[in-house]
Write a protein that binds this ligand. Structure first.
Ligand SMILES: *[C@@H]1O[C@H](CO)[C@@H](O)[C@H](O)[C@H]1NC(C)=O
Ligand SMILES: *[C@@H]1O[C@H](CO)[C@@H](O)[C@H](O)[C@H]1NC(C)=O
Ligand SMILES: *[C@@H]1O[C@H](CO)[C@@H](O)[C@H](O)[C@H]1NC(C)=O
Ligand SMILES: *[C@@H]1O[C@H](CO)[C@@H](O)[C@H](O)[C@H]1NC(C)=O
Ligand SMILES: *[C@@H]1O[C@H](CO)[C@@H](O)[C@H](O)[C@H]1NC(C)=O
Ligand SMILES: *[C@@H]1O[C@H](CO)[C@@H](O)[C@H](O)[C@H]1NC(C)=O
Ligand SMILES: *[C@@H]1O[C@H](CO)[C@@H](O)[C@H](O)[C@H]1NC(C)=O
Length: 707
C-alpha cells in the first residue's frame, strides 16, 4: 500500500514534473546564470572581493571559473568533493556554495577577465563574464624631465612620471592647467608626455593627474625653455643717417633670450663699457669713433652666440671754404683746381660747367686747352659734403691793359735801384717776360727779376746809364698777352704848385713826377730872406751857386711839403729839385711869393710908350688868361709826361756827373707803344700817376748833404 502510495506520489510528482516541464518546455527549462555583482568589479587590493552569481534551471550544476580563458576553479555545486582550484591561487580563490567566486585579500595582479560557466547534463550550459580590476592607492608620484637642457629647437622633450606604487586608471596631462591631448605638438604616452619641437612657448608648469577609483594624485613640474639670443635689434638714439663730430649718440642692443643674455659692444676689436641695460652712450663723438659697432650676445646657458653690426657715420665738415684757382700749364692750357681738403668724409668736388663726369674727393684738377670761350667764363666748383654744400667760383681772364710803374731807391752800395713793375690783372696770373733793346733779359746780377716775374730791378751807379735804356715787358697767360714799353726818364717834375696860407707865414708846395721818371728824392730850395729854421733836424741849409738854399730834403714818395715861419713882408722864391741819387734833375718852375715888385724901369718905359701898347698888352694878357684857363681845363686830358718848364739857369756842370741828362727830352706824343697813362688812369690824373708807396732808403744811406 505504502509503495503504491509512494508510486502514486511519484507518478504524481512525475506527472507534475512532466506537466511542469511540458508547460515550461522551450520557455524556461534551461540552466541560467544571473550575475549579482556588476560586470566590472573594482576594488582595492587586500579586500575580500566576491564575483557573485546565482543560477536557476538546474540543481548542482558543474561550475568552472576561467581567468583569461584558463580554468582556475572547477566544482560541482554541493558535491562532497572539494572544488578543484588552481594550486597557484589556492590562497586567494574560494568558491561559494551558490557558485560565487570570492578573492581573499585580493592581490593587485588578480585584475583580469573572469568567466563563470555552469553545465548541467541535459539542461544545458550558461556562462557570464566579469572584469575584475584591483587597484592600489597611488603614492609618491614625481614628474621628471630628462637630464638635458630644455633648449628651444629640441625635437623631443619628454616629461615622465614615476611613483612608488599605485594602479593608474587614468592619467591626464596639463600645461598651465590646460589639458593636453595627442596633437602635432604633444604625444601622450603611457607614463610620459613628449613635447615635439620644443619652443619658448613651452615654458610653464606641467602637471599630470593620475586617478583610479580610490585615489588621485597630481604631480607638477616647472619647465623653462632656454632660447636666444634672438636676432638683436640695434638702435641709435637719436636716429640719424650721420652724426656730426661733437654730437652725442647712444646705441642700444635688444634681443630676446632666456636666461638673461650677456651683451657686449665691440668697436675696432675693443670691448666698450656700457650701462647695465646694454646701452652704449657715446658723448662728444669724434670722427675716429665712426665705423662698425658690433653687438655681441651670448646665452650663458646654451652658449649660443649672435652678433649684429651697426655702422655709425660721424662726419666733420672740411675747414674753411672750398678754394678755386686756375693755373697755367705750359702757357697753353688752363688747370682748374678746386680744393676743400680735410673733413670726414672728404667733400665731393666737381666743375659741372666743365665736366659732369669727373669728380674729386677733397681736391679736383681739370686741364683744358686754353680757348677763347673760357676767357671770362665763371666756373663754379660744386663742393658737396654731407654737412654742408658749398661753392667757389673762378674766372680765367686774359691779361688786362695795365700801366708799368717805376720806382727808384738807393741801395746800401749807394747804387740807384730802379724797379719797373708790370702787373697785369689776369687769371691765371700773367707771367712777365722782360727785354731791352738788346734782347730778352735774363735773371742775374745786373737785372733781377722778382720770383713772380712782375718786377724788374736794375742797379746802376749812374742815372745816365739807366735812362738810355728802353724796356719791354710782356704779361702773358694762356688766354693772351699784353706788351708795354718803358723808356726811363731822368729825374723831373711834371707839375708843381704853391699854396700860401692866409697871412703868408706858411706855404704848401706840391709837385708831381712823370711816371717813368727815376727819382730817389727831392731837394726843396728857397731863395730870399733867411728862414727862421725851427725844425733844424731836417737838414742844414745848403746854398747852391745860384743862391738857392736847400731847406728840406724829401724822399722819393713825397709829393708835398710845408714851409713854415715865413715873413709875409718878404719875397721868397721856391723850387723843387728832383734827384736821382746825387744827380739833380731839372728843377721845377720857380714859385714866387711875397709882396708885388715895384715898377721896373722897362715897365715905366712901356707906360711912357703909350696907351696903344697898353691896350695891346691887355689883349695879350687877356689871350694869355684864356689860354691858361683852356690849358687848365684840358690838363686832365693831356699827357702827364713832363714838359720841363724853363728853369732859372742850367744846373752848374760841377754838380752834374752826366750832363747828357739835360735838357730832358720830352716824349713825342706819337710813340704808340708807350702807355697812355691818362686814358688808363683818369682818376689819377690830378696827381699824375700814383706811384706805389715809396720805400725810402734806410736812414744811414739817405742821400747825404753835399757841399
Ligand atoms: C576575509 O576572509 C577571511 C577568510 O574567510 C577572513 O579571515 C577575513 O577576516 C576576511 N577579511 C575581511 C576584511 O572581511
Ligand atoms: C552566495 O553565497 C555567498 C556566501 O555565502 C553570499 O555572500 C552571497 O550573497 C550568496 N549569493 C546569493 C545570490 O545568494
Ligand atoms: C597618443 O598617440 C600615441 C601614438 O600615436 C599613442 O601611443 C597613445 O596612446 C596616444 N595617447 C592618447 C591619450 O591617445
Ligand atoms: C661685423 O663687423 C665686423 C668687423 O667689421 C666683421 O668682421 C663682421 O663680419 C661683421 N659681422 C656681421 C654680421 O656683419
Ligand atoms: C658762384 O656763382 C654762383 C652763380 O654764379 C653763385 O650762386 C654763387 O654764390 C657763387 N659762389 C661764390 C662762393 O661766390
Ligand atoms: C731771380 O734771382 C733771384 C735771386 O737769385 C731770385 O730770388 C728770383 O726768384 C729769381 N727770379 C726768377 C724769376 O727766377
Ligand atoms: C729808346 O727808344 C727811343 C724811342 O723809340 C729811341 O729813340 C731810343 O734810341 C731808344 N734807346 C735805345 C738805347 O735804343
Amino acid at each position: 500500500m505504502k509503495r503504491l502510495k509512494e508510486f502514486r506520489q511519484t507518478c504524481r510528482s512525475a506527472f507534475l514534473t512532466v506537466l511542469f516541464v511540458s508547460t515550461l518546455q522551450g520557455a524556461n527549462s534551461k540552466l541560467l546564470i544571473s550575475s549579482v555583482s556588476p560586470d566590472v568589479v573594482k576594488d582595492l587590493a587586500g579586500n575580500n572581493v566576491t564575483l557573485a552569481v546565482s543560477f536557476t534551471g538546474a540543481s548542482n550544476p558543474t561550475l568552472t571559473w576561467f581567468r583569461d580563458g584558463l580554468p582556475v576553479v572547477t566544482w560541482t555545486i554541493n558535491s562532497v568533493s572539494p572544488p578543484d582550484i588552481d594550486p597557484n591561487s589556492k590562497d586567494v580563490l574560494h568558491v561559494e556554495k551558490n557558485g560565487s567566486l570570492t578573492f581573499i585579500k585580493v592581490p593587485v595582479n588578480y585584475s583580469s577577465n573572469y568567466r563563470v560557466e555552469m553545465t548541467k547534463s541535459g539542461l544545458g550550459t550558461d556562462s557570464h563574464q566579469f572584469t575584475l580590476q584591483i587597484f592600489e592607492m597611488i603614492q609618491s608620484v614625481t614628474l621628471n624631465t630628462p637630464p638635458i637642457r630644455a633648449k628651444e629647437g629640441i625635437d623631443q622633450f619628454t616629461l615622465q612620471y614615476s611613483m612608488l606604487r599605485g594602479v593608474i586608471e587614468q592619467q591626464t596631462w596639463f600645461f598651465n592647467s590646460k589639458v593636453l591631448k595627442n596633437s602635432s605638438h604633444y604625444l601622450v604616452q603611457e607614463t610620459s608626455l613628449v613635447i615635439l619641437g620644443l619652443n619658448r612657448n613651452d615654458t610653464g608648469l606641467y602637471s599630470v593627474r593620475l586617478t583610479n577609483p580610490f585615489s588621485n594624485v597630481t604631480a607638477q613640474k616647472e619647465v623653462i625653455v632656454f632660447y636666444g639670443p634672438d636676432e638683436p635689434i640695434l638702435k641709435a638714439t637719436p636716429e640719424k643717417s650721420f652724426y656730426v663730430a661733437g654730437d652725442s649718440v647712444s646705441l642700444s642692443c635688444q634681443s630676446e633670450g632666456t636666461p638673461q643674455l650677456t651683451v657686449e659692444w665691440i668697436f675696432n676689436g675693443q670691448i666698450l663699457s656700457m650701462d647695465s641695460n646694454g646701452v652704449l652712450d657715446l658723448k662728444n663723438v669724434q670722427t675716429n669713433q665712426g665705423g662698425v659697432y658690433t653687438c655681441s650676445l651670448l646665452n650663458p646657458m646654451t652658449n649660443e652666440k649672435r652678433e649684429k653690426n651697426v655702422t655709425l657715420n660721424i662726419y666733420e665738415r672740411p675747414p674753411g671754404s672750398p678754394v678755386c684757382s686756375v693755373l697755367s700749364v705750359n702757357n697753353d692750357s688752363l688747370l682748374y683746381e678746386c680744393d676743400w681738403m680735410g673733413g670726414t668724409p672728404p667733400a665731393s668736388l666737381s666743375f659741372p660747367a666743365l665736366s659732369s663726369a669727373i669728380t674729386g674727393e677733397g681736391n679736383l684738377s681739370l686741364t683744358f686747352p686754353a680757348s677763347t670761350n673760357l676767357n671770362g667764363k665763371t666756373v663754379t666748383c660744386q663742393a658737396d659734403h654731407p654737412i654742408q654744400q658749398n661753392t667757389c667760383n673762378i674766372t680765367a681772364r686774359n691779361p688786362k691793359v695795365f700801366l708799368p710803374e717805376v720806382r727808384a731807391t738807393v741801395d746800401v752800395d749807394s747804387k740807384i735801384v730802379v724797379s719797373i713793375l708790370c702787373v697785369s690783372e689776369a687769371s691765371p696770373q700773367a707771367v712777365v717776360s722782360w727785354s731791352n733793346d738788346s734782347g730778352a733779359i735774363a735773371n742775374g746780377t745786373a737785372y733781377q727779376i722778382s720770383s713772380d716775374t712782375t718786377e724788374l730791378k736794375i742797379r746802376d751807379n749812374s742815372i745816365s746809364n739807366l735812362i738810355l735804356q728802353n724796356f719791354t715787358c710782356t704779361c702773358r697767360n694762356p688766354l693772351g698777352s699784353q706788351t708795354r714799353r718803358i723808356q726811363l726818364q731822368g729825374p723831373s717834375i711834371s707839375d708843381s704848385r704853391v699854396f700860401p696860407n692866409q697871412d703868408g707865414t706858411i706855404i704848401t708846395l706840391t709837385w708831381e713826377v712823370p711816371p717813368t721818371s727815376v727819382v730817389t728824392g727831392f731837394d726843396i730850395q728857397m731863395k730870399g730872406a733867411n728862414l727862421i729854421i725851427k725844425k733844424g733836424n731836417t737838414s742844414q741849409a745848403k746854398i747852391t751857386l745860384d743862391g738857392y738854399h736847400t731847406i728840406q730834403q724829401k724822399p722819393a714818395s713825397a709829393r708835398s711839403t710845408d714851409v713854415f715861419t715865413l715873413d709875409p713882408k718878404q719875397t721868397y722864391l721856391f723850387r723843387i729839385i728832383p734827384k736821382a741819387r746825387l744827380a739833380d734833375g731839372v728843377p721845377s718852375v720857380v714859385h714866387r711869393i711875397g709882396p708885388p715888385d715895384g715898377l721896373s724901369g722897362p715897365a715905366i718905359a712901356g707906360i711912357a710908350a703909350g696907351i696903344p701898347c697898353s691896350i695891346l698888352a691887355i689883349i695879350l694878357v687877356g689871350g694869355l688868361i684864356f689860354l691858361i684857363i683852356y690849358l687848365k681845363r684840358n690838363r686832365s686830358h693831356q699827357t702827364k709826361y713832363p714838359v720841363p718848364r724853363t728853369t732859372e739857369k742850367a744846373i752848374p756842370p760841377a754838380k752834374i756827373n752826366h750832363p747828357e741828362i739835360i735838357p730832358h727830352k720830352p716824349l713825342a706824343g706819337g710813340l704808340k707803344f708807350f702807355p697812355d697813362y691818362n686814358s688808363l688812369h683818369q682818376s689819377l690824373s690830378d696827381r699824375s700817376v700814383a706811384l706805389p708807396a715809396f720805400v725810402p732808403p734806410p736812414p744811414h744811406v739817405r742821400v747825404a748833404t753835399t757841399v
